[in-house]
Design a protein around this ligand. Structure first.
Ligand SMILES: C[S@@+](CC[C@H](N)C(=O)[O-])C[C@H]1O[C@@H](n2cnc3c(N)ncnc32)[C@H](O)[C@@H]1O
Length: 403
């Protein structure tokens, strides 16, 4: 890990105060921003952290499209002050070729958004869940633009904030922006946030602004007993939770899902997108087991609570739905474990009652696992996502239902 020095340059943006006030007003009236954080958001202009080149998702299926501050200053500023994430890096900063941004889905899927400044209402929700108070020490994972680190510094004091960013260009930008905005005492580290930053431990709070499937144990080891960890968290089955964990004195941490939020994934936990045809090979199709199911496949994906329940019980299982088409009237819910090569397909046709045809193949019987997890959730009265208690220990993580 290296600590980076940063030059300082002034930034001005006419009209930004009015836009910032409007954003904060909107966040306050929607209830996203609590009283303690309102003044903090007003004091930290977001445009001081957003780089000149950002990316917009294409509404036409193409894209993403670059938006340069020098070329469209007003559009850039308005985008910065909307309650939206602003994408600041694609494909880890690798140059985009024309073919990469083709609308053809298989090609377009090679685009990964790898850094952004997060949606302001989500930032507010996470800071509120963090329950950080002035004087506490905080470790942030994923410095990105530096805006969230600046918000923490404004409230807690920059000397109490350590932020780790894996991408050296991003950490250099963030450190420069923090210094320009008056938060040069924040410690920005270039390194792998999955390792935490033991030199400044123990922390009272850890906040990750990148999503994890497995909470890295160093975050727990480096947090004081009674401290909190807030992180976007997902299962392979449903990736969109906000998890808050309390660290116990025995080396474990326990907590619950406290919100819904979608984030880009911690770099070393990204799941590569693999076409179904590479998992469901012709050979595996001929050897698949067949059975019938009475439950319509939509039950396994339709509700947030069902997806949560299946996800916490059945790791490493990715659902993908292929709707019926003119040439193939079968809709298929695919269940895929690309690591072991296991797959299952649950077929249905519009307006046809069950039973539904099921095929499964590989060392795991994914349909059996998913239907058993669904049955457990249903028998428990279909409890909401926050009733799962998530525990992390040095050995791993597990979930259990609580009353
Ligand atoms: C959503 S962005 C962070 C937003 C940021 N907090 C802000 O205020 O702009 C997620 C960041 O996590 C970083 N990241 C991904 N994997 C990481 C890792 N293993 N360690 C540290 N940072 C990582 C990405 O490079 C990206 O900048």
């Amino acid at each position: 890990m290296t600590e980076i020095a940063a030059p300082v340059a002034p930034v001005t943006a006419p009209g930004s105060s009015r836009l910032l006030a409007g954003l904060v007003e909107g966040l306050s009236s929607s209830g996203a921003l609590t009283a303690e954080w309102r003044a903090v958001f007003l004091a930290v202009p977001r445009h001081l952290f957003v780089p000149d080149l950002v990316w917009r998702r294409g509404e036409d299926g193409c894209g993403p499209h670059p938006l340069r501050r020098a070329e469209q200053p007003q559009e850039w500023l308005e985008m910065v002050y909307r309650d939206e994430p602003v994408i600041t890096q694609i494909n880890d900063g690798a140059p985009l070729s024309v073919s990469t941004v083709s609308p053809e889905s298989t090609v377009a899927r090679r685009i990964v958004y790898t850094s952004s400044t997060s949606m302001p209402s989500v930032v507010a929700e996470m800071l509120s869940a963090l329950r950080a108070e002035p004087g506490m020490s905080v470790l942030e994972i994923g410095t990105g633009t530096g805006w969230n680190a600046a918000l923490l510094a404004q409230r807690l004091g920059g000397e109490h904030i350590t932020s780790v960013e894996i991408d050296p260009r991003l950490s250099a930008h963030a450190q420069r922006a923090l210094a320009n905005a008056g938060y040069g005492t924040v410690t920005v580290i270039t390194g792998d946030g999955a390792l935490g930053y033991p030199r400044r431990a123990p922390y009272d709070r850890v906040i990750s602004t990148a999503c994890v499937y497995r909470v890295p144990y160093p975050w727990i080891a480096q947090t004081r007993a009674g401290g909190l960890i807030v992180t976007p968290w997902g299962t392979e089955y449903y990736n969109g939770h906000l998890l808050a964990l309390t660290v116990a004195g025995d080396g474990s941490a326990t907590g619950r899902i406290v919100g819904m939020t979608a984030f880009m994934t911690l770099r070393d936990q990204r799941i590569p997108w693999i076409p179904i045809s590479e998992i469901v090979t012709d050979d595996s199709e001929t050897h698949a087991e067949e059975k019938l199911s009475r439950r319509h496949p939509r039950h396994y994906v339709a509700s947030y609570d069902a997806r949560t329940a299946i996800g916490v019980q059945v790791p490493r299982c990715i659902p993908r739905y292929a709707p019926p088409e003119a040439e193939d009237p079968d809709g298929i819910l695919w269940l895929l474990d690309q690591w072991s090569g296991s797959w299952a397909a649950i077929h249905h046709q519009p307006d046809q009652p069950g039973p539904y045809r099921v095929r499964q193949y590989g060392p795991r019987r994914l349909f059996d696992e998913v239907s058993a997890a669904y049955r457990i959730w249903k028998a428990a009265g279909k409890p909401p996502a926050h009733t799962w208690r998530i525990t992390i220990t040095p050995e791993g993580q597990h979930a259990e239902l609580t009353g």
